[in-house]
Design a protein around this ligand. Structure first.
Ligand SMILES: Cc1cc2nc3c(=O)[nH]c(=O)nc-3n(C[C@H](O)[C@H](O)[C@H](O)COP(=O)(O)OP(=O)(O)OC[C@H]3O[C@@H](n4cnc5c(N)ncnc54)[C@H](O)[C@@H]3O)c2cc1C
Length: 293
C-alpha cells in the first residue's frame, strides 16, 4: 500500500481552505489528523490529487464551556478531549469512548471532527455524542449552520456536509439535573481494534425514578449511528429497573442491522447489542441518580 502522488496545501484560514478546495474540486479533500483519510487513500477506497490541511487553523482547536454547554473544536485530538478537565468533570460519559478508541499514538493525532466527518459506521464518538444530544457546527463561505448529530449521517461514509463546508466544532448542551449517559463497545482486543458492536444510552430520571427522557444509539451495527426509537418509547414513563431495561435491550437487538465479517457474525453482533444495551442503561441510570437535582 503506497500513497499516490498528492499535493498538500496548508490553509491558514477557513476561507483559504474553502478557496483551495473549490479550485481543485472534485479532486481535493480536507485533511485533519489523516488517520482515516491516509489509510483510505493508500487502500484506494478514496482518491484525491490534492489534500487541504486545516491543521494550521488554531481557532478549530480546543475544549471550552459556555453557559454550561460544552464546545469542542473540530481539530481537538482524542487525547486532548480525553484529558480535558471540563469533560472529566461535567461531560464524563464521553470518556467511555475516548478511553477505548484506537491506541495512544492514534489518539494523539486523530481529531474529533475527523471521527465524525468520516462517517465510518464503527466510529466511537458519534453514538455517545448523539445520546447526549450534541450538534455539529458547519461553516461554508455562504454562512454557518448547526445540525443535530442525529440528522448528520445519511449512510455509511455519507453525511449532510456539502462540498464547500467544514465541520468546525461540536456543541453538547448542559446536562439537565437527573441526566446520565454511558457508552460501551465490544472489540476483539483492547488496543487498536475497532468496535464490533457498541451502544450509547442517555436517560433523564425524575425524582420518583421514572424515565422522563431516553435515547439509545447503536454503533457498528448499522450504516449510521442507529437511534432505537422503539426502546425510547418503551422506556419513557416507566420506572427505571431491570425489567424495562431488558425490554429495551430486545428492542435494540431488533433494530440493529448488523453485517457478518471477520470480526463477528450478524447474530453475534445482535447478542452483543442486547448485553451492551442492558449495561449502558444500568450505568446511565446510576449516573442519572448521582446527577439528581
Ligand atoms: C490503527 C487505527 C485504529 C483506529 N481505531 C479507531 C477506533 O478504535 N475508533 C474510532 O472511532 N476510530 C478509529 N480509527 C479511525 C480514525 O483514527 C478516527 O476516525 C479519527 O478520529 C479520524 O480523525 P482524523 O483527524 O485522523 O481524520 P482524517 O483522516 O484527517 O479525515 C477523515 C475524513 O474526515 C474529513 N474531515 C476531517 N476533518 C474535517 C472537518 N473539520 N470538516 C470536514 N471534513 C473533515 C476528511 O476529509 C476525511 O474525509 C483508527 C484508525 C487507525 C489507523
Amino acid at each position: 500500500m503506497h500513497l499516490p502522488d498528492i499535493e498538500l496545501h496548508e490553509a491558514a484560514t477557513l476561507q483559504e481552505a474553502a478557496a483551495v478546495k473549490r479550485r481543485y474540486a472534485p479532486d481535493a479533500r480536507l485533511l485533519a489528523g489523516g488517520t482515516d483519510l491516509l489509510v483510505d487513500l493508500k487502500a484506494g477506497r478514496v482518491t484525491a490529487g490534492h489534500l487541504v490541511s486545516v491543521n494550521r487553523i488554531d481557532a478549530l482547536r480546543g475544549v471550552s464551556e459556555t453557559d454550561g454547554s460544552l464546545c469542542i473544536g473540530a481539530l481537538t485530538t482524542i487525547t486532548q478531549l480525553h484529558s480535558s478537565p471540563i469533560v472529566g468533570q461535567r461531560f464524563s460519559p464521553i470518556l467511555d469512548a475516548t478511553g477505548k478508541m484506537a491506541a495512544p499514538q492514534i489518539r494523539n493525532v486523530a481529531t474529533v471532527g475527523g471521527n465524525i466527518a468520516c462517517a465510518v459506521p464503527c466510529a466511537d464518538l458519534p453514538p455517545i455524542l448523539t445520546a447526549i444530544h450534541a450538534s455539529v457546527a458547519l461553516w461554508s463561505p455562504k454562512g454557518e449552520r448547526s445540525v443535530p448529530l442525529e440528522a448528520f449521517f445519511m449512510d455509511a461514509r455519507q453525511t449532510v456536509l456539502r462540498d464547500d463546508e467544514v465541520l468546525t466544532g461540536v456543541l453538547v448542551p448542559k446536562p439537565r439535573p437527573g441526566f446520565g449517559a454511558a457508552y460501551a463497545r465490544f472489540a476483539l482486543r483492547d488496543g487498536n481494534a475497532i468496535a464490533v458492536a457498541a451502544v450509547a444510552a442517555g436517560l433523564t430520571l425524575g425524582r420518583d425514578n421514572t424515565v422522563r427522557n431516553a435515547c439509545i444509539v447503536l454503533g457498528a451495527v448499522a450504516p449510521i449511528p442507529k437511534v432505537v426509537e422503539a426502546a425510547q418509547t418503551l422506556l419513557v414513563g416507566e420506572h427505571a429497573d431491570e425489567e424495562v431495561f431488558n425490554a429495551a435491550a430486545v428492542a435494540a437487538m431488533e433494530a440493529a442491522e448488523p453485517i457478518s465479517d471477520v470480526r463477528g457474525s450478524a447474530d453475534f453482533r445482535r447478542e452483543v447489542v442486547g448485553v451492551m444495551t442492558r449495561r449502558t442503561l444500568a450505568t446511565a441510570c446510576r449516573r442519572a441518580k448521582e446527577n439528581a437535582a
